[in-house]
Design a protein around this ligand. Structure first.
Ligand SMILES: [Zn+2]
Length: 162
């Protein structure tokens, strides 16, 4: 088993793939969706809809808050962004939909990505899903792993995941 802590989760979507994913669901790669995805994919970002709305507004993007909410929901439904819960249970969105886990500091709300450890050559979540499916006969959704804890107080900002 390796921890793979130093391996960055991969970001599988380029503009062509995004367009295809949306088209396969009968959705357009509209300007708001492009603006949102571009912003999110500039770096590893984990943001709330409110924070995203404000950041885009500061850039002069005239998207309403409801447009941001609506399109984040559409992009999450299409698997292009991933929704998860932050330190206070608030909805956060992640531009990296590939399998990775989150550690969240319950004091500062800081979010860090963690590459899944491998078990029998499979990421933990894939392994766990197959294991539970064998045990129960159920069809299990992709496990989403979020661990809570406290970041070291004087840690260098290793990841700019804000
Ligand atoms: Zn993430």
């Amino acid at each position: 088993m390796t921890t793979g802590m130093d391996r960055k989760p991969e970001r599988p979507w380029g503009p062509v793939e995004v367009r295809e994913v949306l088209r396969s669901r009968g959705l357009r790669y509209s300007r708001p969706r492009r603006v949102i995805l571009e912003y999110l994919s500039e770096q590893d970002r984990h943001v709330s809809a409110d924070a995203l709305y404000l950041a885009l507004k500061q850039r002069g993007e005239a998207l309403s808050l409801s447009t941001v909410y609506l399109n984040l929901g559409v992009l999450a439904e299409a698997g292009l962004v991933r929704a998860f819960s932050g330190a206070q249970g608030e909805a956060l969105y992640d531009s990296n939909p590939s399998e990775h886990y989150h550690v969240i500091c319950s004091e500062t709300g800081e979010v860090r990505d963690v590459t899944p450890p491998l078990i029998d050559g499979q990421p933990l979540g894939t392994f766990l899903r197959a294991y539970v499916e064998r045990q129960t006969g159920w069809q299990i959704d992709e496990p989403r792993v979020t661990l809570r804890g406290r970041a070291p107080r004087d840690a260098p900002a290793a990841d700019s995941s804000d």
